[in-house]
Write a protein that binds this ligand. Structure first.
Ligand SMILES: Nc1ncnc2c1ncn2[C@@H]1O[C@H](COP(=O)(O)OP(=O)(O)OP(=O)(O)O)[C@@H](O)[C@H]1O
Ligand SMILES: [Mg+2]
Length: 290
């Protein structure tokens, strides 16, 4: 087993350590939450498109293996999903799907269980296939709510983990809950955790919620959480979901869309850590479960 993990690491190294001239590093952003239904998928999709608008090459990976629905919000019916890739019926290149919005996405495998359950052979091919995403400047990973081994693996591996909450007390409590689990699991003060407060009615409301979560995290969990920004409650979000068109495309100047642009510019200001990139991501991901 240890040999196998070592082999996988070598494989990743070989694939990424000597990048071709002009080869870029891929920044990995994982989006998660404590409570379900707080807006992760909508924010992931629209964040991806907002990054594309400022010239980034973005791939969105739907890692919610329970209820994959990035494709629903994008209004695309994928021919193939991660399921076909893991089952070796298709390569990653085959399943990357173009959209009308300047991003590409990889559809999730609804109902599929944990990556940790893959056989060694499947895991090895998963790593090889993930390297096909290293073309992107930014890889955004939409996950399921709550704590599963799967989500923690993606948190472990990401450069930035965006924790989404709303001002609802239950969402705040659950956001704190997932931060606590991350703090306990990794015992690392700087996990790149960043809070987004979605569905706020005012700037002050966002700030108030963020301050509460962040100060409790600092005080009791000794883990750093930055306030990344807020997204206004906007009826356009729901109507866009019904139209199956992302809200930043329906109304690029709308309230919610502008909030997303603010989040993009804040993320762009955050320095991109050394030792990151897709190869490092895969090393961390499979180092944990290997
Ligand atoms: N800023 C917003 N303004 C208004 N409604 C919103 C906003 N954000 C999200 N919603 C509503 O919340 C619903 C759920 O959003 P979404 O599916 O993105 O959540 P999720 O966190 O991905 O859910 P799950 O945990 O099931 O994956 C949307 O369909 C929309 O109706
Ligand atoms: Mg979702």
């Amino acid at each position: 087993m240890a040999d196998q993990a070592e082999k996988l690491r070598e494989l990743v190294k070989a694939g990424t350590e000597a990048p071709a001239p002009g080869h870029k590093k891929t920044r990995i952003i994982t989006v998660t939450s404590g409570k379900g239904g707080v807006g992760k998928t909508n924010l992931s999709v629209n964040l991806a498109i907002s990054f594309a608008k400022v010239g980034k090459k973005v791939i969105l990976l739907d890692a919610d293996l329970g209820l994959a629905n990035v494709n629903v919000i994008l209004g695309v019916i994928p021919k193939y999903t991660l399921y076909h890739m893991i089952r070796k019926q298709k390569t990653m290149k085959d399943i990357i799907t173009d959209t009308d919005y300047g991003i590409q996405f990889v559809a999730g495998a609804s109902g599929f269980t944990k990556i940790a359950n893959l056989s060694d052979e499947e895991r090895k091919s998963f790593i090889e296939e993930m390297l096909a995403l290293s073309d992107a400047d930014i890889l955004i990973i939409d996950t399921s709510a709550g704590v599963s081994k799967n989500v923690l693996d993606f948190v472990a591996a990401a450069d930035d983990t965006l924790i989404v909450t709303t001002p609802e007390p239950t969402a705040i409590t659950d956001a704190y809950g997932i931060i606590k689990i991350i703090a306990t699991e990794f015992n690392n003060e700087n996990m790149g955790l960043k809070l987004i407060v979605n569905r706020v009615d005012s700037v002050v409301e966002g700030k108030r919620v963020a301050e509460r979560v962040i100060s409790i995290a600092n005080q009791f969990l000794n883990i750093k959480v930055d306030y990344l920004g807020f997204v206004f409650e906007d009826p356009l979000v729901q109507s866009s979901v019904l139209k199956q068109r992302p809200f930043v495309a329906v109304d690029p100047k709308g309230k919610a869309a502008q909030c997303l642009m603010n989040i993009v510019s804040r993320l762009e200001k955050v320095e991109f850590k050394e030792g990151s990139g897709l190869g490092a991501f895969l090393n961390r991901l499979f180092g944990r479960i290997g």
